[in-house]
Design a protein around this ligand. Structure first.
Ligand SMILES: Cc1cc2nc3c(=O)[nH]c(=O)nc-3n(C[C@H](O)[C@H](O)[C@H](O)COP(=O)(O)O)c2cc1C
Length: 296
């Protein structure tokens, strides 16, 4: 049967593939992928994405993934999980951003922020786009009820996070980006959460508009279908500071655990460095969109 859904994952892949790159090798040197993210230097701008409850079906996977990112010198991120899963992730020593759901019950949010702070999180945040289901109601994840958040609520989480940066995930408009900046967020993840919203604009297509509106007010991260260093390069050229890889890395965890994750992050980073070299960029900060061409 034909699938008539406006599949945002497909649009996202098509947009990524529509971008081409010109080459500038004369006078170029081998670049470095080292990137400063929220005040700390990492070996690569490739980082993990948020996952939920992976450990239920696959105990040990959350810690293995975190260990793989740590070993690759990359930033880790995690989503909705039990305390035990989160403890195993923090115990790996990986710098980790804990992404909290937009729970209707505010107490749960503040408790999670406190938990993250107590366990040495690198940053905390919220996937604000988990507010709506597809059935004309606010979303529910198991027994947990969600709701869309206001700027004032976001500001209260930023305050509760104290010296930890607050990262808002699931931003897909200049409007929401401006509200995140108003609330005091340190970074946003431009994302449609793996097609949570049919017909959503591809994150990379809207990223330049958000970058133009935000300037250096907040760091911009992006996710959505990244599988190679070439994809990562395109995201950096369009204004991202760092790139989250989700399903692609999950596959590597299934195949070969922490070692597979580390190997894949190093591979993607190597591919990125090669593309940077071909374009004459020596650092990830130098990359810009002047090398991009758009296929009709
Ligand atoms: C199994 C699975 C669990 C996820 N759980 C969460 C979550 O708890 N919180 C969240 O913000 N995003 C969650 N996501 C969304 C990812 O973080 C990411 O935004 C999305 O998959 C897009 O990236 P990708 O195209 O590289 O997969 C999940 C994705 C997958 C595949």
């Amino acid at each position: 049967m034909a699938d008539n859904r406006c599949d945002s994952n497909r649009y996202t892949r098509e947009y990524l593939d529509s971008l081409m790159i010109e080459q500038r090798v004369i006078d170029s040197v081998l670049p470095t992928a080292k990137t400063r993210i929220l005040g700390k230097e990492f070996a690569t701008p490739v980082m993990n994405s948020a996952f939920s409850h992976l450990g239920k079906a696959h105990p040990g996977y959350p810690a293995a993934m975190a260990e793989g990112f740590r070993a690759a010198g990359a930033l880790n991120m995690w989503g909705m999980s039990t305390d035990e899963e989160m403890e195993s992730i923090y115990a790996s020593g990986a710098d980790t951003i804990e992404i909290i759901k937009p729970y209707l019950e505010e107490d749960k949010i503040f408790r999670r922020i406190e938990f993250a702070r107590a366990h040495g999180a690198f940053a905390v945040g919220m996937d604000i786009d988990h507010a709506y289901g597809r059935n004309g109601a606010y979303d529910e994840v198991g027994p947990e009820k969600m709701e869309p958040k206001t700027v004032a609520q976001l500001r209260s989480y930023v305050q509760a996070a104290g010296d930890l940066p607050f990262v808002v995930k699931g931003v897909l408009s200049v409007s929401d980006a401006c509200k995140c900046a108003e609330a005091g967020a340190g970074a946003i993840v431009v994302s449609h959460h793996h097609g949570i919203f049919d017909g959503a604009v591809p994150p990379l297509q809207i990223l330049p508009k958000i970058k133009e509106a935000m300037g250096d007010r907040m760091e911009l991260f992006v996710d959505g279908g990244f599988v190679s260093g070439l994809d990562v390069f395109k995201a950096l050229a369009l204004g991202a500071r760092a790139v989250s890889v989700s399903r692609h890395i999950l596959e590597k965890t299934y195949e070969s655990g922490a070692a597979g994750v580390e190997q894949e992050i190093r591979k993607m980073t190597g591919e990125l460095v090669s593309v940077m070299g071909r374009c004459g960029f020596r650092t990830t900060q130098e990359i810009d969109d002047t090398v991009l061409w758009y296929r009709a």
